[in-house]
Design a protein around this ligand. Structure first.
Ligand code: ASP
Length: 358
C-alpha cells in the first residue's frame, strides 16, 4: 500500500486530491483515513461507515455502563488541539469527542502563548506536539498547512495522525462530515438523501465548509446543488469544475426565494470578512437578499431543513430558531458524535465499537 513516506513533499504537493488520497489511508486493509485533510478522502462507503459508528457511539453513550466502556476505548491515547485561528464549536466538539473516548487532551489556542512567538517554526512546533501526543487536531488560517504537517510527521520518527479542523479558505472536512451526518439523519425516515436538492447561500467564495460539503454531496445519487450568492462572492471555479467533472446537476443564481421553493436543505453561511484584502471590503457588498427569514420559512418544504455551520450573524433570522426544520443546533451536537466516530476509526477502533456488547 502507498505510504506518504515514499514520496517527496514537492511531488506530493503537486498531486491532485484524488491522487493524494491513497497516501493518507490507515494501513491494515481498510480505507479509513490515517490523516484527515480534505473531503475528497471520503467516499460513500466511508461516509456510511462513519455515520453508523457515530450512531453506535451515541447509543452506547446513553447508559452509564456504555459511557464508561467508551471512556476506556482510547484511555491510553493523548490528543493535542492546536488551534491558531478562532473556534468555538470545532474546538469544543473535538474536545468533547476526545472526552467521550477517554482521550486526554492538551491545547494551544494562540501561537503567542507557544514558542512560535519566540520564532519557532510550525514544523518544529508540530514535532514537539508529536513527542507528547498521539494525534494532532489542528486549525490554521493557512491553506495546505495541515497537509504539510502530515507529510512532515509521517516522515519523522514518531508519525501520528493529523485531523484538519479547518485550513484557510480551503477545506473543513470534519464540518462536512457533520453536515452529511445531519442530512442523512434528517432524511433517514423520509426516503434518504439521494435525489434531494441542497441550496448553499452566502459567502460561497471564501466559505471552506461549502467547498468540503459540496464535494461530499457528490457521493450521493442525483443530489442537485444550488448556489445563491452575490456576484462578488460566487462559488469558485474549482468547486464548479468538480461538479462538472462528476456530472452533478447544479445551478448558480441570486434568487434565494426561488431556490428555497425547490430545496430540501438550505445551507446558510456568513460573510467571511476576515479574508477581506482591505478593511471594509465585504461591507460594500449588498448582501440583503441573501438572508433566510420568515418569508423563506414559509416557502420551505415541510420536510426541509435549514442548516448553518455557525457562527451566525444575521443570515438566519432568530424567528426561525424554534421551527422544527431549523437544524443548526442539532448540527452542532452531531459534530461531537461524528468526530468521536472519526477519531475512534482513525485509531482503528471501528470494529471493536461496532461489535461491543452495549
Ligand atoms: N465555523 C465555520 C468555519 O470555521 C464557518 C464559519 O466560520 O463561518 O469555517
Amino acid at each position: 500500500m502507498a505510504s506518504i513516506k515514499e514520496i517527496e513533499w514537492d511531488v506530493f504537493e503537486g498531486l491532485s486530491l484524488a491522487d493524494k488520497k491513497p497516501y493518507l489511508e490507515r494501513g491494515g486493509g481498510d480505507a479509513m483515513p490515517y490523516h484527515t485533510l480534505f473531503a475528497q478522502q471520503f467516499d460513500r462507503s466511508l461516509l456510511e461507515r462513519l455515520t453508523a459508528l457515530a450512531n453506535r457511539i451515541r447509543f452506547i453513550n446513553k447508559s452509564r455502563e456504555g459511557a464508561l466502556y467508551l471512556k476506556g476505548v482510547l484511555a491510553h491515547k493523548r490528543a493535542m488541539l492546536y488551534f491558531s485561528q478562532p473556534s468555538s464549536r470545532t474546538f469544543l466538539s473535538h474536545l468533547a469527542a476526545c472526552q467521550i473516548l477517554g482521550i486526554t487532551t492538551g491545547s494551544v489556542r494562540d501561537a503567542a502563548t507557544s514558542s512560535e512567538f519566540k520564532g519557532e517554526s510550525r514544523e518544529d512546533s508540530i514535532r514537539t506536539f508529536s513527542s507528547y501526543f498521539d494525534m494532532i487536531i489542528m486549525r490554521s488560517p493557512e491553506q495546505g498547512l495541515a497537509e504539510k504537517m502530515a507529510w512532515e510527521l509521517s516522515n519523522s520518527s514518531r508519525p501520528i495522525p493529523i485531523l484538519n479542523a479547518g485550513s484557510g479558505k480551503d477545506q473543513h472536512p470534519t464540518q462536512a462530515l457533520l453536515d452529511i451526518y445531519t442530512l442523512v439523519r434528517s432524511f433517514e425516515n423520509k426516503g434518504g438523501l439521494d435525489g434531494r436538492t441542497v441550496t448553499f447561500c452566502g459567502d460561497l467564495l471564501r466559505g471552506r465548509t461549502v467547498r468540503s460539503l459540496s464535494y461530499l454531496l457528490t457521493n450521493f445519487r442525483d443530489v442537485k446543488q444550488i448556489f445563491v450568492a452575490p456576484k462578488a462572492l460566487r462559488v469558485p471555479d474549482d468547486v464548479v469544475d468538480v461538479l462538472r467533472e462528476k456530472a452533478v446537476d447544479f445551478e448558480i443564481t441570486e434568487d434565494l426565494q426561488a431556490a428555497v421553493r425547490v430545496s430540501d436543505a438550505v445551507y446558510m453561511t456568513r460573510i467571511q470578512d476576515e479574508w477581506d484584502s482591505s478593511k471594509g471590503e465585504s461591507a460594500k457588498i449588498d448582501t440583503s437578499r441573501f438572508k433566510f427569514g420568515a418569508q423563506e420559512l414559509e416557502l420551505l418544504n415541510p420536510d426541509g431543513v435549514i442548516m448553518h455551520p455557525l457562527p451566525r450573524r444575521d443570515e438566519i433570522a432568530t424567528c426561525c430558531d424554534r421551527d422544527p426544520r431549523a437544524m443548526y443546533w442539532r448540527q452542532m451536537r452531531n459534530g461531537m458524535w461524528i468526530r468521536a466516530a472519526l477519531i475512534a476509526a482513525t485509531f482503528g477502533y471501528e470494529n471493536e465499537i461496532m461489535n461491543c456488547g452495549y
